[in-house]
Design a binder for this molecule. Structure first.
Ligand code: PEP
Length: 262
């Protein structure tokens, strides 16, 4: 089956850049990509700012007709009610947020989000019309004990437990040992795990859904290594942390086709 999975380069800002810094950053990013005549239809670029920046960035994207997609870094498992401090997916939808990270390793580790919580958040995103970017990945200890694919595949299967097979999702394979460490997986390792994730998706949601779903690699992605990942047939983009905070570096990652001839 022939599919066209538009590559997605997603920048997870984590807890960086306030709303004023966010406006300046997004303006500069958009100018830089436009100057370089980036074809936004051939590679989609998305930014995932902190919650407090979303309204400002949305207003800018709308006013200047910028073709960057907006993502959030988390959402509540609930839609509304007495959940102090939580953010509903419905509120995010109203801000033209298209994507939401679910199950990032920092949420799993620092906020005790287990597979059950992740599944309920994936379902909440789907109910609100958001596309969950489901983050999965093994720790260094998992890698030693179970090999590279077992934990991410099990996490993905669990994350899909409460949504229909037709739900649009993005998967991000992020080995925990590669996040923020400067030590990225090899392209071959990433390709193998992404292929195993696609096989699991086919089993859970059917082969058409698996063929249409974008699977990203994340973990110390930079402009100097993005090309190698993008040459892997089952890698459809990248989730970028640290390097997404440098406009020129992030723009260069988004423009991987231009400088490597993939
Ligand atoms: C991340 O936090 O999702 C990530 C991939 O971070 P970094 O690119 O800094 O490794």
């Amino acid at each position: 089956m022939v599919t066209t999975r538009t590559p997605l380069i997603a920048g997870n800002w984590k807890m960086n850049l306030d709303h004023l810094q966010a406006i300046a950053f997004v303006q500069k990013l958009a100018w830089s990509l436009k100057d370089a005549k980036h074809d936004f239809e051939s590679v989609e670029a998305a930014v995932f700012p902190p919650f407090t920046d979303l309204r400002s960035v949305q207003t800018l994207l709308d006013a200047d007709k910028l073709v960057l997609a907006l993502g959030a870094q988390d959402l509540s498992a609930q839609d509304s009610g007495a959940y102090t401090g939580e953010i509903s997916g419905r509120f995010l939808s109203k801000l033209d947020v298209r994507y939401v990270l679910v199950g990032h390793s920092e949420r799993r580790t620092l906020h005790a989000e287990d597979d059950g919580v992740v599944a309920t958040k994936v379902a909440a995103a789907h109910r609100s019309g958001l596309v969950p970017v489901i983050c999965v990945g093994e720790t260094a200890a998992d890698l030693e004990q179970h090999g590279p694919s077992a934990v991410p595949v099990a996490q993905l299967r669990a994350a899909l437990a409460e949504v229909p097979a037709s739900a649009e999702i993005v998967v991000a394979y992020e080995p925990v040992w590669a996040i923020g460490s400067g030590q990225a997986a090899t392209a071959e390792q990433a390709g193998q795990v992404c292929s195993a994730l696609r096989t699991a998706l086919a089993d859970v949601a059917g082969s058409d859904a698996a063929a249409a779903t974008r699977i990203l690699y994340g973990g110390s992605v930079k402009s100097s290594n993005i090309a190698s990942f993008m040459r892997e047939p089952d890698v459809d983009g990248a989730l970028v942390g640290g390097a997404s905070l440098d406009v020129d570096e992030f723009a260069s990652i988004v423009r991987f086709q231009a400088h490597v001839g993939v």
